[in-house]
Write a protein that binds this ligand. Structure first.
Ligand code: MN
Ligand code: MN
Length: 309
């Protein structure tokens, strides 16, 4: 089992490094998410969820729809959040980068020097908060203790953690298996134990430190079988359950084979009948930019092993 986690972790680390290298001005977001998902498959894994590319104040849950024409712009603060699984054993990791200009440096950006510095500070702080959180992880630690370390690290830099986003425990085929790992100091007596697989993911901002739901959703998850009137919706639900089980998937992955608006109609019916859960795009409430860092760890008696190092 640990071997499987190590394999998915290795895939995620390698693809993450390749994705970072690919980031540059005018790259299509669609090309980046497809590149990440394709490389994961080439290395013998499957995407555990659609590659999330969340830019600037967009904090999480954005992946390209199939008609996405958006491009990375120089100075953008880009969060690349990717996951792979091997036979259901999931590794989840994220990194944040600033998009360079065509001349591959950080001059001539649509940001002041101060704003650029702030972005690098947010990236470093998210990484530092992640490292400090990981160094507290061992059998018997309260999850509140991990959140406290994240919050203290971030506020010491005069920045804020995003308080309503958390890390999570994972299980085979389950991305969020019940335990939340807070990014703030909260009363939480729940303890992590040896063998737990945890995704720890601090988000750092200079805004109010909360995210809010947008209307749009491009990532979904199977919830339950439901009686459905529309044949297309019934077929789509079967296909979803068969291919992704309870793991998140992209609308983009399923759109082929549907004509015109048929796909959107079928998805809408699956969502309204609560057969499928939509992950709405999340943005920082005050519109401030956000940086994120994430690793997956396996809890040990006296520490933990980082599988996405
Ligand atoms: Mn993630
Ligand atoms: Mn995660």
């Amino acid at each position: 089992m640990v071997e499987m986690y190590k394999k998915s972790g290795e895939i995620v680390s390698k693809v993450r490094a390749m994705a970072i290298k690919k980031v540059k001005e005018n790259l299509k977001v669609l090309d980046l998410v497809e590149f990440v998902e394709h490389e994961i498959k080439k290395m013998g894994g499957e995407p555990a969820f659609p590659c999330n590319i969340s830019i600037n104040e967009v904090t999480a849950h954005y992946t390209s729809p199939s008609n996405d024409e958006s491009l990375l712009k120089k100075g953008d603060l880009v969060k690349i959040d990717l996951g792979a699984h091997v036979d259901g054993y999931i590794a989840d990791s994220a990194v944040t980068v600033v998009v360079k200009g065509e001349t591959s440096d950080f001059t001539d950006l649509p940001l002041s020097e101060k704003e650029l510095e702030l972005q690098f500070k947010m990236i470093e702080t998210a990484q530092e908060a992640l490292e400090n959180a990981i160094s507290t992880v061992k059998d018997g630690v309260n999850v509140g203790e991990i959140g406290k370390v994240v919050e203290e690290t971030v506020t010491a830099k005069n920045l804020k953690p995003v308080s309503n986003l958390t890390g999570h425990s994972m299980d085979r085929w389950i991305l969020h298996s019940g335990l939340s790992i807070p990014n703030i100091n909260e009363e939480n007596r729940r303890k992590i134990v040896e063998g737990d697989v945890l995704a720890i993911e601090p988000f750092v901002t200079n805004g109010v430190g909360r995210v809010t739901d947008m209307k749009d959703a491009y990532i979904f998850r199977f919830l339950r079988d439901r009686p459905l009137r529309m044949v297309q919706a019934r077929k789509l639900l079967q296909q979803i359950e068969l291919n992704y089980k309870n793991l998140p998937f992209a609308g983009r992955w399923l759109q082929e084979g549907f004509k015109g608006r048929q796909f959107n109609l079928a998805m809408r019916q699956l969502i309204s009948s609560r057969a499928v859960y939509p992950y709405h795009v999340l943005t920082e409430k005050s519109g401030a930019r956000v940086a994120q860092a994430e690793h997956t760890v396996i809890v040990e008696s006296d520490g933990c092993e980082i599988i996405t190092q």
